[in-house]
Design a protein around this ligand. Structure first.
Ligand SMILES: Cc1cc2nc3c(=O)[nH]c(=O)nc-3n(C[C@H](O)[C@H](O)[C@H](O)COP(=O)(O)OP(=O)(O)OC[C@H]3O[C@@H](n4cnc5c(N)ncnc54)[C@H](O)[C@@H]3O)c2cc1C
Length: 414
């Protein structure tokens, strides 16, 4: 009986065993470094990137676990990877970017759309934790409205020359490879976008601004400028046959990435729940543990219920995405569950962090780990700052709701 998980039937005994291993690793080896990286990056510029942790994750095979063995991965299910993201996020939202961002938004598109040479060249060093990649879509003028991007790539002989400006690119200034979304047929709008692989050191690439962030502080986020950046035609992701098909790559990658963001959110929310329960059993007021007050009990009961709902939505989306990766269902089938999971789980995370701060009272407002009962987990204050962006990146939750409605309308309107 003990082998049955609360998250059955998706969470098998093998998956729970994987969770236990990742949890032990995260608590023992990553949690002790959380405060150091937070303090070294207090300005929010992300100058001190946790390369040591990234390499460790690579050595343990915890980066992009769904990538097949022939490209340096472990060929695990995407659900396994999502549990890894969740467990790393439980000890630190910032560290969860390491297992989520490049693996979902760079490795997966290369796996799904890249040529054989591109997969063999770019995936193994990322999976070993030696290189990071970034997904460069957003621009200063165009965020949610991705079809309007203005970066262009113009063909000159056997090369494309890229000009444009990207904003808010996670790990942008340290990325070894960039997936750059550019217009190759501007008049065709969304259907005129192509994805280019731009390697670090290519002439004409510069990083005019580093952002100062409120959370995820140990990760840099940059503007990137492209001034007459020449790349060979072979650097089109998937090769020349993929010309003008970039919007499909962008959206498919986001379906995949949104499962990852949902998992980050579930992990951060879980840390808030555990801290709130433990704190409520220690703190006394009016001669009682605060856990004896119904107001506190109800907050915790609601947190736990919503987090479980978020987790189940997330696992469903990841399970379906895994089927889509293996070609067993259409990719489009994942769009609705991925947006539902991302939208719901990220709002549960910010709400749970908000409630955990409330349970802690004044101590919840402090950056001090001295006040938290579970030392392996972050303070609710850090959890709150780290998870706030989850409602915004990879498509704001307003955009998720548009997607959810569109998919439902497509299915049910007659
Ligand atoms: C820390 C961080 C990391 C990021 N990393 C990356 C990255 O690596 N790569 C990348 O390409 N991008 C990245 N982004 C960009 C992110 O995806 C965008 O910020 C996001 O998509 C929203 O775009 P915007 O900020 O321009 O907001 P806007 O699009 O200007 O939206 C502003 C507000 O208007 C709302 N809104 C917009 N359109 C509609 C509509 N049609 N209906 C209803 N409401 C609407 C939005 O929901 C939002 O509330 C990152 C952003 C941050 C902050």
């Amino acid at each position: 009986m003990s082998e049955v998980s609360l998250y059955s039937p998706l969470a098998t005994p093998e998956l729970e065993e994987h969770r236990a291993k990742v949890r032990e690793f995260a608590e023992k080896e990553l949690a002790p470094l959380r405060q150091k990286y937070e303090e070294e990056n207090l300005d929010g510029l992300g100058k001190v990137f946790p390369w040591d942790i990234y390499r460790k994750l690579g050595e343990r095979g915890l980066l992009a676990e769904h990538v097949p063995k022939e490209y340096g991965g472990r060929g695990e299910s995407f659900l396994t990877e999502v549990v890894t993201i969740e467990e790393i996020a439980r000890v630190c939202g910032t560290f969860s970017v390491l297992v989520d961002y490049t693996p979902t938004l760079v490795c997966n598109p290369i796996l799904m759309y890249g040529t054989e040479e591109q997969k063999k060249k770019y995936l193994p060093p990322i999976l070993r934790g030696e290189k990071v990649g970034s997904y460069a879509l957003t621009e200063p003028k165009w965020g949610s409205d991705v079809a309007s991007i203005e970066t262009t790539a113009v063909k000159k002989g056997g090369e494309y020359v890229i000009n444009g400006h990207k904003k808010f690119i996670m790990l942008g200034n340290i990325a070894d490879i960039l997936l750059v979304f550019a217009k190759t047929a501007p008049e065709a709008k969304a259907r005129g976008i192509t994805v280019f692989i731009v390697e670090r050191g290519t002439e004409g690439v510069s990083y005019p601004k580093q952002e100062k962030k409120m959370g995820l502080k140990a990760t840099p986020t940059s503007e990137i400028k492209f001034e007459n950046v020449a790349v060979p035609e072979e650097n089109i992701l998937g090769g020349p046959s993929q010309l003008n098909k970039g919007i499909y790559v962008a959206l498919d990658a986001l379906d995949h990435g949104r499962c990852g963001v949902a998992a980050q959110a579930v992990g951060v929310a879980q840390s808030c729940l555990e801290q709130a329960i433990a704190y409520s059993g220690r703190r006394e007021q009016f001669g009682k543990k605060i856990a004896e007050f119904q107001a506190i009990q109800w907050m915790i009961a609601d947190m736990a219920t919503k987090i479980d709902a978020a987790r189940l939505l997330t696992y469903r989306a990841a399970y379906l995405r895994d089927l889509a990766i293996r070609g067993k269902i259409s990719r489009r089938m994942v769009t609705l569950p991925a947006s539902m999971a991302k939208c719901y789980a990220t709002e549960v995370a910010t709400w749970a962090a908000h409630r955990a701060i409330q349970v802690f009272g004044g101590r919840g407002f402090m950056m001090d780990e001295e006040y938290t009962p579970i030392k392996a987990l972050p303070t609710p204050e850090k959890a709150y700052r780290d998870c706030r962006i989850f409602e915004i990146y990879e498509g704001t939750n307003e955009i998720q709701r548009m997607v959810i409605f569109r998919e439902l309308f497509r299915k049910y309107s007659k």
